[in-house]
Design a protein around this ligand. Sequence first.
Ligand code: ATP
Ligand code: MG
Length: 387
Amino acid sequence: SHPDFQAAIPIMKKIEEAGYEAYFVGGSVRDALLGLPIHDVDIASSAYPQEIKQIFKRTVDTGIQHGTVMVLHHGVGYEVTTFRTESGYQDFRRPDHVTFVRSLKEDLQRRDFTVNALAVRHDGTVIDLFDGLADLRAKVLRAVGNPHARFHEDALRMMRAVRFQSQLGFAIEAATAAAIKDNAALLEKISVERTATEFTKLLLGRDRQAGLTTFLDTGLYAHAPLLGGQKAALAQLAGLHAPQFKVPAVGWTLLVHLTGIRADKLLRTWKQANDLIRLTAAAAKLLALLPTADDWALYQAGNAALDVALTAQAALDPAFDGARVAQAYAALPIHEKSEMAIDGKALMANGFQPGPQLGQTLNRLERAVVFGALPNDQQALLAAAQQ
Ligand code: ATP
Ligand code: MG
């Protein structure tokens, strides 16, 4: 009865009226049943993509090769995916080719965990072929079918298990956990990008401690990029009692700090975005200087990295008083080079020659202004430059 589901009901009914089946599936069903906020409403249907396109006037081929068509309804897009099986797994990775099927059971069977394999009809009927509701109530992640076989089909599911453990605060059922332990090495077959997506969600989850502990205990960590030799550092990270991380940069900064791996090396290997790499590098650099860091270090970090570093430091040391450092930052005379009352142009207009010397002079002035040794005033800075 969530409004996002309500809004999609006319679509479901229209598919049924055309003689096909349609169900809500996937994470939104799981999360709604748990009373959590939901993200995207996924609809699964026995209708083939071409049939969906005949039923609805306005559609977009968002992933038609995988069977997904977006249906536009009152300006909102709903992804309708044809029931499918994924046979012919090669190399322990998700197959590229899928087979469309008419049977809901086959579609639910290929899903990873029982709590992700529930389907709900527009009238609220829950189709629960693998006891997902019981597992939902017991807060358990259990592979659909034989966990060993399922992790062989797609080794990413092992990372998804620890990710969901962290996100949902669920336990991993014993046979499922044992199969992760047995097959952890298969993680090496998975692309860094896919592993990283799950790892980031793990870091951001509410039960990060449990997720990271399983990541360690199952040996998955040993097959994740650059983390193989980092058992002690990961155990430290897993042991932090800090509240849930709000942004990935906090987790990555702590990883850099605890492992001693350079931020750019670690995050580039994990194929993270350049913005995140820069932010993490700056935050880790400052973190290494906390709890005491001079004004120049605070200035160089900048507001965003300061925020991340303070959160990371508070995670490492609950007694740390970040407010004092934040105040010192706020009180800096300037926060950006562009706020300097003098620049290279002004220096040259006053007889300075262009060249490396000029840059050094400007840097000296910038430091002096940041430390409060010189006022941020053009005449005073010119005079100081001439000395
Ligand atoms: P989130 O809230 O993070 O989106 P989700 O459960 O919706 O979680 P998705 O990656 O969006 O996860 O996948 C949607 C659904 O597709 C899952 O609930 C699951 O049923 C199925 N699924 C996704 N990835 C896999 C996989 N690797 N193996 C088997 N089933 C999968
Ligand atoms: Mg989803």
